[in-house]
Design a protein around this ligand. Structure first.
Ligand code: ADP
Ligand code: MG
Length: 393
């Protein structure tokens, strides 16, 4: 289980450490930084899939994603006696992301991404403006301490701990690549592979499409589908997979909980799968193409959350989008149930959903607010926020 997520200099998250529970609910007013927390988690997963630099460039490059405020706020700036202004930078520009595990046999990871040196690169390259990975570290336990560090990457140089000493890896790591995808040696560094596979297994669900042309509305070629696709295109096959190898009764209960008296049927014609919904008072079932936006989205959440292959971490961004408020308590029960099989982080703006999750076991509630343009945690004091150390450059 992850115990903390840490982010520095990413959009409004100048320096944020988020404690994580079995179920973590991140909430806050518009513009407080909720989506940025979600995107930071996605960037971490992108690292293990080899796409973090591309994702950053797609977001507008490091220059637009980096914290736009001053390196530090002086007391006078906070009191409003001095305008907020930049002072001379003491530290290099750095976007940092990391997470830690709660137990000593779990791993923590951090990355530090910066700008290339201003001098013209040798040999010349057209990619000289790409962000560079400056530093990465893996350690065991909740806090990066020198004695707990297992892997250390500085620039191109990778070192692995061997007992009390460090062993240098001969091959240089290119500036645009993470050590997590560049180096894979099951004997020399098994913890890197374990961690990479763990990060790759994290599952993210963001807004499902439910417009008339949404993939979930079309009949589908069905194959065995233990994990619902991000666009929901394989909804019928995912529901049928839950029927066959998952918790069939939980599926029926979840549908009935949200739509009393209703029932789901998957019609299979040749290799085409179609989702049908039988409802009270209707003489024939409705197809996915005919369901309301909210009903379709709810079925997508059922398929995502009752997955027969729960991931170690499930991250949901504003699952309330386009759902009728009356459905939110049932959605909360579904999320609480998913948190028994996976660690879950929910980013949400919906009071009724948050209220429905309030009694969950090992719940961590995180309320974000913005102060001087900077995201802070409003509902926790210093003692409730885990200690965090970034690797030194
Ligand atoms: N580079 C940046 N530096 C500082 N603040 C930024 C930067 N980019 C965006 N922001 C601010 O970050 C805030 C957080 O946005 P977002 O995460 O989308 O909030 P939410 O999802 O809670 O509505 C916005 O108010 C935006 O003005
Ligand atoms: Mg948002």
């Amino acid at each position: 289980m992850l115990s903390a997520l840490a982010i520095a200099n990413y959009r409004s998250l100048r320096q944020l450490t988020v404690p994580l529970g079995r179920l973590t609910v991140v909430t806050g007013a518009n513009g407080s930084g909720k989506s940025s927390v979600y995107r930071a988690m996605r960037l971490l997963a992108d690292i293990a899939n080899g796409g973090v630099i591309r994702s950053l460039v797609r977001e507008g490059g490091l220059s637009s994603t980096l914290w736009a405020g001053p390196e530090r706020f002086s007391a006078a700036m906070r009191r409003g006696e001095l305008p907020v202004q930049g002072t001379r930078r003491n530290e290099p520009v750095a976007l940092k992301l990391g997470f830690a595990g709660s137990e000593s046999d779990e791993f923590g990871y951090a990355i530090d991404i910066g700008l290339p040196p201003p001098s013209p690169p040798m040999p010349p390259t057209a990619f000289s403006h790409d962000p560079e990975i400056k530093h990465e570290a893996i350690w065991s336990g909740p806090l990066l301490r020198p004695a707990a560090q297992l892997v250390d990457r500085k620039g191109a140089a990778l070192r692995l701990r061997e007992g009390k000493s460090w062993q240098a890896v001969g091959r240089p790591i290119p500036a645009f690549a993470s050590m997590m995808t560049e180096y894979a040696d099951p004997h020399a560094a098994p913890e890197m592979l374990t961690l990479r596979e763990q990060m790759r297994s994290w599952r993210f669900y963001d807004h499902f499409r439910s417009d008339a042309d949404a993939p979930a509305r079309q009949p589908q070629l069905g194959t065995y589908t233990p994990v619902l696709a991000n666009d929901g295109a394989d909804l019928a096959a995912a529901l049928q997979t839950i029927r066959e190898i998952g918790d069939d009764e939980a599926l029926d209960r979840a549908v009935d909980d949200a739509f009393p008296g209703a029932r789901i049927e998957i019609r299979v014609a040749e290799d085409r799968f179609e989702t049908l919904m039988h409802q009270h008072g209707l003489l024939r079932p409705l197809t996915a193409a005919e369901l309301s936006d909210g009903t379709l989205r709810y079925l997508l959440w059922i398929a995502a959350l009752l997955t027969p292959r729960p991931p170690s971490l499930l991250v949901l961004n504003e699952p309330e989008t386009s759902l009728h408020p009356d459905l939110l308590p049932a959605l909360g029960r579904l999320i609480a149930q998913a948190a028994r099989g996976s660690q879950v982080i929910v980013v949400s703006h919906a009071a009724r959903l948050i209220a429905a999750l309030e009694d969950s076991e090992d719940l961590q509630s995180v309320v974000l607010e913005k102060q001087f343009g900077e995201t802070r945690i409003a509902n926790l004091d210093m003692s409730e926020i885990p200690r965090w150390e970034w690797p030194a450059r």
